[in-house]
Ligand binder design. Structure first.
Ligand SMILES: Cc1cc2nc3c(=O)[nH]c(=O)nc-3n(C[C@H](O)[C@H](O)[C@H](O)COP(=O)(O)OP(=O)(O)OC[C@H]3O[C@@H](n4cnc5c(N)ncnc54)[C@H](O)[C@@H]3O)c2cc1C
Length: 454
């Protein structure tokens, strides 16, 4: 085939859909988009950028952000999922080059059997490399490995004015720092070089320990930071000030063991009626979960997927929250302000609106990899709330007050409602990020928290 006809074919296959319904993981807010571009090749992206109006575009990955940071209501998205090719791998160093629509799941499937794993992974493997960079995601090893962005050595970035810009620590280093955690606003990431880490195999030596106060959690966390690569805790969010939870910690097992693919679990077929997840069913779940894990003390060798991605075993679990969807509240509060943290938990417990997914982690002190990276030293708490209208929004606003007064911050990847004042308090230097925004890019989130029109 001549190169000219190949190029023509590629241009034709840059499909776009004017009607498809695109939601984020929380299924709230429900915003309509004018058009979803679906480039299959990176050389189709420049035309999409050229033809768009100012502020009309936003890249989209696997939509695992909970709120509106991956949405561009009333405008257009560039769905990057078909940009999913592995472009190169250095077997000696573990440096991977891949397109931005490759998912973390794809990387594990290909490279774990060869003895390589992700340097950092969030609690789901169904996120794209582009999404992981744009939210500078963190995982259970934040205390020793920092964020995903810290392991990104180089990216190719489509910019509407400058074409494909290569960014690394020597060239366009500020653009690299702006794009890591840059919420998709600096351009469309074409490809990235990521340093994978060597592991013996797919098994984790895991331990769980019950705890019954915030101080015990902190002691466990500090003690584990030295000798465990991964630490995280589940929290009973109905327990209030009488805090209790399960502390999980683990290391990659030293033996290779047998390779196995994660099993495809059951699928939630449709949005369940909202009343099924009520204060009583969630309280019962929290009690049962605590008692089950509290009885399972000690070290066990478990497959990596059950350790890192327990939720991925139920496909479409987000439908459990019903048709109105749900919101996740993820904040970080400085450790010096334990009282604020206790107040937060108490308010959630008293509201009776807590969820079955309370996650608690002590962040490490690694310097931020991106200009707008969320992780910083402190305690981070993530909780889901079924969307029950004004009642839910009011509870979250009252939590905002505590976060703001304690000098904390909210995580944009999980947010659908924070106001501009809290965004300002969370990211006081956001204005120095603005010059790096591509003029063709915007998002529902960005317009909401900064008042930007385009
Ligand atoms: C069950 C679950 C557990 C999670 N656990 C964690 C966790 O432990 N830690 C954590 O940090 N996060 C966690 N998350 C959030 C998730 O990791 C992030 O929201 C991630 O960014 C989603 O990636 P995505 O591919 O789905 O991107 P999307 O959600 O579609 O988009 C996210 C952002 O990336 C941008 N983007 C996407 N592709 C590109 C591209 N090619 N170029 C430029 N920008 C792009 C979008 O514009 C948007 O701003 C979790 C989410 C779920 C559902």
């Amino acid at each position: 085939m001549s190169s000219q006809s190949a190029a023509t074919l590629r241009k034709q296959s840059a499909a776009s859909s004017p009607t498809e319904r695109i939601l984020s993981w929380g299924r709230y807010p429900k915003s309509a988009h004018q058009r979803v571009h679906k480039p299959a090749w990176n050389d189709q992206v420049p035309d999409i950028l050229r033809l768009a109006g100012p502020g009309f575009l936003l890249p989209y990955g696997l939509g695992r952000s909970y709120g509106d940071s991956c949405l561009n209501g009333g405008r257009e998205l560039v769905d990057c999922r078909r940009l999913n090719r592995i472009l190169g791998f250095d077997e000696a160093t573990g440096m991977l080059r891949c397109e931005s629509g490759v998912s973390l799941s794809d990387i594990i499937d290909v490279f774990l059997p060869k003895g390589w794993f992700l340097p950092v992974t969030p609690g789901t493997r169904f996120v794209t490399v582009g999404g992981a960079i744009a939210n500078d995601v963190h995982g259970k090893n934040h205390h020793c490995a920092g964020t995903f962005g810290a392991h990104v050595h180089q990216i190719g970035l489509h910019r509407s004015n400058d074409g494909l810009v290569v960014c690394n620590s020597e060239h366009n280093s500020n653009m690299l720092r702006a794009t890591i955690g840059g919420l998709g606003l600096t351009g469309v990431i074409a490809w990235a070089d990521i340093q994978l880490k060597r592991v013996a195999g797919p098994w984790i030596d895991a331990e769980s320990k019950p705890f019954e106060s915030l101080n015990t959690f902190l002691d466990l966390s500090r003690e584990s930071n030295e000798s465990f690569e991964y630490t995280v805790a589940w929290l009973d969010c109905f327990a209030g000030k009488n805090l209790r939870g399960i502390f999980f910690r683990g290391n990659h097992a030293a033996h290779p063991g047998e390779n196995r693919r994660p099993k495809r679990g059951p699928k939630v077929p449709f949005a369940l009626p909202g009343w099924m997840l009520n204060r009583y069913s969630m309280k019962a779940f929290n009690t049962a979960y605590y008692e089950y894990h509290a009885g399972k003390k000690g070290t066990r060798c478990v497959p990596y997927d059950s350790f890192f991605y327990p939720l991925d075993s139920i496909r479409q679990w987000n439908l459990l929250y019903g048709r109105q969807g749900f919101l996740q509240y993820q904040c970080v509060i400085p450790e010096t302000n334990v009282a604020a943290f206790e107040e937060l938990l108490d308010r959630i417990a008293r509201s009776g609106m807590g969820s079955f997914l309370g996650v608690l982690k002590q962040f490490g002190s690694a310097p931020p990899a991106g200009m707008l990276s969320f992780p910083r030293p402190g305690l981070t708490l993530a909780l889901d709330f079924t969307m029950r209208g004004e009642r839910t929004l009011q509870l979250m606003q009252s939590l905002d007050d505590i976060v703001r007064q304690s000098g904390g911050a909210l995580y944009p990847a999980k947010d659908a409602r924070m106001d501009p004042a809290l965004f300002e308090a969370s990211f006081p230097r956001w204005r120095s990020f603005v010059p790096y925004i591509d003029p063709k890019m915007s998002s529902s989130f960005w317009r909401r928290v900064t008042g930007a029109q385009s």
